[in-house]
Design a protein around this ligand. Structure first.
Ligand code: UDX
Length: 441
């Protein structure tokens, strides 16, 4: 069995590497020569824990290779994955599929013998059918099946998510295609992973419905946090209390500054667009999208209120810039909204992030960066935690207090306890967690 993985972005590189770890021969293809040259030397273009070791081991074992030659890779492969980018298009949330269609054409031109062509990129419902049409039009004689096999990888945990997934979804409509896909995922049968075979459109929609549901779950608990602040309830306990109901589940109920990243914002918008076009609008998801973007403004407002109503001329120290910990990804990070809003109101921002500062420098202006968490705090009027990196969870609070001009802290990820922070002498504000009844004034 041999795979060609077209596109060595996040999804393609992780998936290709993990398939090679499963024992399959994989060639990862990309148009970017520098990237491919780097990968051949073991230079990993993204930050993903564990990926470098897997790339190194499988490259050395000869199962994982890198190339810019799509034609040769596709010709030799039994299964060809399309994992190219699907950036937001110009049209109101519609994903731009030109890279997917271009890859389909290039594949069609070179294939001979039976091939399974799999869309791995997140693509709107109907894309698999369109890929089928493109290949058929380009090569009426081709023997192939198009399959949809969405990924559910979380950045920072992608290797584990690939190796031990909750489920694998495969939209494959012929026995031949199903057999090849089952063979590729054979190691997962051993650990009894549920493998769900569906038709193309169903598989495509599962990906969007899953992400939209999770985005809704996060937005729901964020709204509950707003309500908790008004009525004196604790959102941690609300999340636990409802999450222990097996029908709800405890995961994805952490209140915070709103979801970000490369998937939830893009996928909810694409789903809303598809649904509007199909004449079955998903108004719940539309509400989630607008609530989540308003939430980021609301978080800037929270900081301003905590600073006594104005941040003009004040220095605000920000810990955490990436959309979540264990990634260097800044895409749609709440920090990209919150920081400029504070700057508009006259704040000076100093910031630190363990992995995100290089990318942040390209996206934010007039921010000064430090080499560690403490360096940015000197003489700051307030400390704001936007991303919950582990190293921010156990700050030396005496040291922090000594460095800050005033001991004001806004913890948008609820990583500290309000009562303990009060005890430690901080003027502390978090999300949906007032002081406990026992210590309330
Ligand atoms: C997500 C999906 O989890 C994954 O299945 C899909 O394939 C790609 O999108 P990812 O974007 O890597 O993965 O991040 P995830 O861990 O899901 O977090 C997304 C955002 O939601 C982050 O901004 C995170 O901070 C936020 N979040 C998550 C919360 O605010 N609260 C939570 O309880 C969980």
């Amino acid at each position: 069995m041999r795979i060609a993985m077209i596109g060595t972005g996040y999804v393609g590189l992780v998936s290709g590497t993990c398939f090679s770890e499963f024992g399959t021969d994989v060639v990862c293809v990309d148009k970017d020569e520098n990237k491919i040259e780097g990968l051949k030397k073991g230079v990993i273009p993204i930050f993903e824990p564990g990926l470098d070791t897997l790339v190194k081991n499988n490259s050395e074992a000869g199962r994982l290779t890198f190339s810019t030659d799509l034609a040769a890779a596709a010709k030799d492969a039994d299964a060809i994955f399309i994992a190219v980018g699907t950036p937001p298009g110009e049209n109101d949330g519609q994903a731009d599929l030109s890279y997917v269609y271009q890859a389909a054409k290039e594949i069609a031109e070179v294939i001979d013998g039976y091939k399974v062509i799999i869309t791995k990129s997140t693509v709107p419902v109907g894309t698999g059918r369109a890929v089928e049409r493109i290949i058929r039009e380009t090569r009426p004689d081709a023997d192939f099946d198009v399959v949809s096999n969405p990924e559910f990888l979380r950045e920072g945990a992608a290797i584990n998510d690939f190796m031990r997934p909750d489920r694998v979804v495969i939209g494959a409509e012929t026995k031949r295609a199903q057999d090849i896909m089952a063979e590729l995922y054979r190691p997962l049968y051993l650990i009894e992973t549920p493998i769900l075979f569906t038709k193309l459109e169903t598989s495509e929609l599962i990906k969007y419905a899953g992400n939209a549901f999770l985005a809704t779950k996060i937005s729901f608990i964020n709204q509950m946090a707003d309500l908790c602040e008004k009525v004196g309830a604790d959102v941690h306990q609300v999340a636990k209390g409802i999450g222990l109901d097996g029908r709800i589940g405890r995961k994805f109920l952490h209140a915070g500054p709103g979801y970000g990243g490369s998937c939830f914002p893009k996928d909810t918008q694409a789903l809303a667009y598809t649904a509007r076009e199909a004449g079955a609008p998903v108004s719940l998801v539309e509400d989630v999208i607008s609530y989540n973007s308003a939430r980021k403004r609301q978080m800037a407002e929270k900081v301003i209120v905590q600073c006594g109503g104005s941040v003009a001329g004040k220095k605000i120290a920000v810990l955490g810039l990436t959309f979540k910990p264990n990634t260097d990804d800044m895409r749609d990070s709440p920090s990209l909204d919150i920081i400029p809003l504070l700057q508009e109101k006259g704040a000076q921002i100093s910031a630190y992030d363990p992995e995100g500062m290089a990318e942040a420098e390209e996206l934010l202006t007039d921010v000064s960066y430090g080499q560690n968490a403490y360096e940015i705090m000197s003489d700051a009027d307030a400390l704001v935690i936007i991303t919950e990196w582990n190293e921010f969870r156990r700050l030396d609070l005496d040291r922090v207090k000594g460095l800050l001009k005033s001991p004001v802290m806004v913890d948008l990820r609820n990583i500290y306890n309000p009562d303990e922070m009060k005890e430690a002498g901080f003027d502390y504000l978090c999300v949906g967690r007032p002081l406990s009844a026992f210590s309330a004034e």
